[in-house]
Each structure stands twice: as structure tokens, then as C-alpha cells.
Design a protein around this ligand. Sequence first.
Ligand code: DC
Length: 225
Amino acid sequence: MKKIIIAIDGYSGCGKSTTAKAVARALGYTYLDSGAMYRAVTLFFLQNHINPNIPKEVSTGLQELDISFHHDSSNGIQQVYLNGVNVEEEIRGMQVSSKVSEISKLGDVREAMVEKQRKLGKKKGIVMDGRDIGTVVFPEAELKVFMKADTDIRAARRQKELLERGKMVGIDEVRENLEDRDAIDTKRAVSPLVKASDAIEMDTSFLDFEEQVSRIIELAKERMN
Ligand code: DC
């Protein structure tokens, strides 16, 4: 069986990463959360007071940051490191969530992240989730899935996820953040969030999670022959 690239794109809070992780585990593939990379850049910019409107500050900042992924040996969960420090918790908070779309619309930021994502995926056998994986990062991906879901359902899921991480955020704030990010992500000039013409659309509003995962695994297996 040949190794393939599985690209899972879609709106914020549709369950892309939970699905992608489960698919990767079942296939013995690597999982890569491209959103975590944009979140880590955002955290770095916030920590270092980098003004996203000053190109020189942005390019210098990008040269100074190093993003890497490590697996927690106790539970196999992927952790994101920024310049050697585990930032997994910090990048999921509302401070980063409220700024990440502004930072990820910058051309220089996208160029640097896309280059890194292509390097990480070049051996194939990877499931990557994001916004532009099937359109820009790997337009040649053998399987592309585009996820969407009802906004209220997405907000409720995201709120629960935050709560599980010990973060209490009101439902209105969560919903507004999702809507704001969707708007910026779909309208930006550089690689906006759009469904690739050859992507399979999945509305996850009422789909059973197991069903969703097994459907993608089935589609992936068809493409491995
Ligand atoms: O997947 P996520 O919600 O953690 O992503 C956070 C933000 O990062 C998202 O609102 C837009 C940006 N992003 C992007 O522009 N391109 C990607 N491939 C992944 C994420």
C-alpha cells in the first residue's frame, strides 16, 4: 500500500483536529496540526510585542522563532514547542485565539509556515489539518476533506474543549471568536479558506464522530492502492 497525504481543511471548531488525530492513529500516520503553528507564531508576536503592520519586525520575528512538535510519551499526545518551550496550553487560550487570524493573514508568515509544512509532509503518510492544506500546501494530496458545521454547534463544542483544558469562556465570546476568525480566514488575500474543487465536503453538525472517522479511513484506503 502506498503512503498518501490526507488534507483536512475547514472552518474553525468543526472537529478537524480530533478527527485528523483519530484518522492518523488508525492508519499509523503522522498527524500535523498546522493551526498550532500559526498559533505559536501569534504567541511569539504577542510575547515580543511585534507589530504585524511593520514588515521588518515581522520578518525579523520569523527568523527568531523555532516551532517544533514533540510527543508526550505518557499519552502520545502531540505538544507544540516554541523556541524549546512547551506552549501547548498557552496557544489554545483566548488571547492567542483572538489574534491568530490577524497574524496568519500576513504573506510572510504564511510563506514561512507553508515551507515548514511541506518539509514535514514530504515523506507522505501524514494527516494535516488547517485552512489551506488541500489548496496551497499540498494541492496534490490524494485525499482532501473539507469540514463545515453549524455555528452554534461549533461554539458549544469549542466551549467544552476549553472547559476540559480548565478554561471557562462564555458561549457568546466563543461564538464571536469563531465567526470573526471565519470571516478573516475566508476573506484574506493570501490563500483564503476555500474548499478545493476536488475536496469531499463533510458537514459534521450531526455526524457521529466514529462514523466520520471511519468514512475518512475508508476513503483513504481506496486511495492507497
Ligand atoms: O485550526 P485552528 O483553529 O487552531 O487555527 C487557528 C488559526 O490559524 C485559524 O483561525 C487560521 C489560521 N490557520 C491558517 O490560516 N491556515 C492553516 N492552515 C491553519 C490555521
